[in-house]
Structure formats: structure tokens, C-alpha cells
Ligand binder design. Structure first.
Ligand code: GLU
Length: 334
């Protein structure tokens, strides 16, 4: 892994530009919102310091903006689902993945024990049932090296070597009966192949990868930059797989709050119970936030407020008239 710290293009601190000002405002707006609770169904997560707030933005050209606790480590949890799904799409193709995991919003909790009544498959890859099936696909491809291989790809997206948080992993492994139950049901209906326990173990490990808000912003910017890490210039993910991943993040990334979220922010996103959120503004920027108090749906209270504020201030909503995105049709006409 290249040491990229010196490659990161920090935003100028002398003359504050619009992104830094919007980020500072988002931080200020979120800071007083100390409502919500740490996730405690994974005992180790209940030990986090709740008073942390970090926001980071990386543009698709690699300029980094930060405020607050952006170097504080925490576990990626469900945000891993987006990157694992992208990888599975690339490795075995969308058709094979779609045959086992749907792309419909479930409108239900992330850990619900429910499957599509017609296909018997998980509703989508952003809920636990879908992500465990995706882990099964990754495990089939990479066999016993699966965790190392996937970690390597996540690390390339973050532009630094990421690591497993062993205590969170062991804590989730010791208490993750519900996820094990889901995996055995998936196996019974033929969606998840044996060895089931290996698939769940990979899922637990992927959720327990330690990241920072800065890492998440770079990973999100890698998605925004069509798969090329803007810091290292390395191709990390395939564009077609990113397209499908962002589409599912758009409709299913924020648990059963996804509809309100997308109306309010217009930013494909994914959150995790470790307190992280990523947002991807296509071709423009990646957002990473960390604030561990969660609302009743499982989303970071302060992360939601801050990213909504950023979207409003910078006009990032997909359908905002200020967001011209990649207006290639106009270029074709010219
Ligand atoms: N590892 C967590 C679980 O399976 C992830 C949940 C989440 O972040 O949504 O319960």
C-alpha cells in the first residue's frame, strides 16, 4: 500500500472556500443534537465515546475538507455492505448476484427476518439477509482468503491499509444469533450455499473493519470518481458495478428511513450502527461522517443532520437545479 498521506490535497485553510464553510455549518448544526443512543446489541459498540462528531468531504479530484473528529477510529458496520455488493457484482456479474439478492426496498428493519415472498431471496443487499448472501458469494469466489482479499480492496478504496477491530468482531460473533438464524434460513431455501458459518463469519469481519470519517470520505469519493481513487489514482472498482451499487444505496441505503432521506438530501448513502455514514455525489464528491448516537432506525442522528445541511448548502440533491451533474447530453448536442 502506498503511503498517501503526503498526496492528500488538503483544502486551503487561509481562504475558506464554499465547501469548508458548508462543512463547518453542518458541524455546527449537528453538534447540539445529543439525542439518540449508542448501538448496544453488539456489547462492544456500547463502549464507544458518544461525544464524537467528525465530517469529511473529498472531491472527485482529491481535495479533502474536514471538521471535528475525523481521525477517530470506529467500525464500518453496514457501510461495508455497499462495498461488498460492488465487489460481488464485479466478481460474478449482476445477473448471478440478482438471482440471489433482490434490489427492492424492504421498508423494514435491517435485521428483519423476512424474504421476498415470490423469489425467497433477500429484498436487497443493504439489509443483513442480503449482505450475508453477498458475503457468501465473496466467500465462494475467494475461499479461505476471502476476508484478506476484500480487506485489500476496501484498503485500496481508503488509500491506506485498514484493519479488523478484533474486539468488535468477537463481540458480534458471540452475540450474533439473529444473523446466524437468518443465514440458516437462507441456506434452507437454497439462496445461501454451505459453508453457511463461513459466510456469516466473513460478514461479521467485514462489519468490524476499523475506519475513520476521512477513510469513508475517500472511499465514497472513489465511488464518486467512477471507481478511481482520487488520492492514489488507482482503479479500485468497476464502473458498472458502482452504477448498480449507487442505485441500491439510493433506494435502500438508510434503513427504513431511505425514502425520507432521498427526498430530503438526494444523495445515495449508506449508514452503519457504528455511527458512520457515507454519501456519494456522482462525479463530484464523497462524504464520510462519524457520530455514534443512533436514532430509532439505526442512523447516526448527527450524521443525518450534517449531511442534510451539506446537501442544502451546496445544492447536492440529484434533482436540485444547481446540481448539473454529468450533463453529457448537452455535450453530445454541442
Ligand atoms: N454488524 C451489524 C449487524 O449485523 C451491522 C448492522 C448495521 O450497521 O446496520 O447487526
Amino acid at each position: 500500500m502506498v503511503d498517501v498521506a503526503s498526496n492528500i490535497n488538503l483544502s486551503p485553510t487561509h481562504s475558506k472556500d464554499a465547501i469548508q464553510m458548508a462543512l463547518d455549518l453542518a458541524y455546527k448544526q449537528a453538534l447540539s443534537h445529543t439525542e439518540g443512543h449508542l448501538a448496544d446489541y453488539i456489547p462492544e459498540l456500547a463502549l464507544m465515546n458518544p461525544d464524537r462528531l467528525g465530517l469529511a468531504v473529498m472531491t472527485a479530484k482529491g481535495r479533502l475538507y474536514t471538521v471535528g473528529d475525523v481521525n477517530e477510529p470506529f467500525t464500518i458496520q453496514s457501510i461495508s455492505k455497499a462495498f461488498s455488493y460492488c465487489l460481488a457484482l464485479e466478481l460474478v456479474g449482476a445477473e448471478k448476484v440478482r438471482a440471489r439478492v433482490g434490489v427492492e426496498p424492504s421498508g423494514d428493519a435491517f435485521n428483519a427476518i423476512e424474504f421476498d415472498p415470490v423469489t425467497r431471496c433477500p429484498f436487497n443487499p443493504m439489509v443483513n439477509a442480503g449482505a450475508i448472501t453477498v458475503a457468501g458469494i465473496l466467500r465462494d469466489v475467494y475461499q479461505q482468503d476471502a476476508f484478506e482479499k476484500v480487506l485489500e480492496r476496501f484498503s485500496k478504496a481508503a488509500s491506506r491499509q485498514l484493519e479488523l477491530d478484533e474486539s468488535v468482531y468477537l463481540s458480534e460473533k458471540a452475540t450474533g444469533h439473529r444473523n446466524r438464524a437468518i443465514s440458516h434460513l437462507l441456506c434452507a431455501s437454497g439462496v445461501l450455499a454451505e459453508p453457511v458459518d463461513e459466510a456469516v463469519d466473513l460478514y461479521f469481519r467485514l462489519c468490524s473493519i476499523r475506519v475513520t470519517a476521512t477513510d469513508l470520505a475517500i472511499m465514497a469519493a472513489t465511488f464518486a470518481n467512477m471507481g478511481e481513487n482520487p488520492v492514489t489514482g488507482e482503479e479500485v472498482f468497476e464502473l458498472k458495478a458502482i452504477r448498480d451499487t449507487l442505485a441500491v444505496m439510493y433506494s435502500c441505503g438508510m434503513y427504513d428511513f431511505s425514502g425520507s432521506w432521498i427526498c430530503d438530501t438526494g444523495i445515495p448513502a449508506k449508514s452503519g450502527v457504528g455511527g458512520g455514514v457515507i454519501g456519494v455525489v456522482n462525479r463530484q464528491l464523497g462524504i464520510g461522517s462519524f457520530a455514534p448516537r443512533l436514532d430509532e432506525k439505526g442512523n447516526s442522528v448527527q450524521g443525518v443532520i450534517a449531511i442534510k445541511s451539506l446537501s442544502d448548502e451546496l445544492g447536492l440533491h440529484t434533482f436540485e437545479c444547481s446540481n448539473t451533474g454529468s450533463s453529457f447530453v448537452e455535450q453530445l448536442i454541442r
